[in-house]
Write a new protein. Structure first.
Length: 61
């Protein structure tokens, strides 16, 4: 589970430092896995909101 940053006031620098520290704590595999999951989520949301399905690269024999 990802850590949560709580601030009393908005501070972009602390948010950025927190995000960088979190990303550095992950392995490369975990970062790629997270990126692929987010890409799938975004594609699903776009399709649900009337956008066309994104292009896919298909390997043919």
């Amino acid at each position: 589970m990802a850590p949560i940053l709580k601030l009393d006031i908005h501070d972009e620098e602390k948010e950025l430092d927190f995000e960088i520290d979190y990303q550095l704590s992950l392995t490369t595999e975990q970062r790629f896995e997270m990126m692929f999951k987010k890409s799938e989520e975004i594609a699903k949301i776009l399709i649900e909101n009337g956008h066309r399905e994104p292009f896919k690269i298909i390997k043919r024999k």
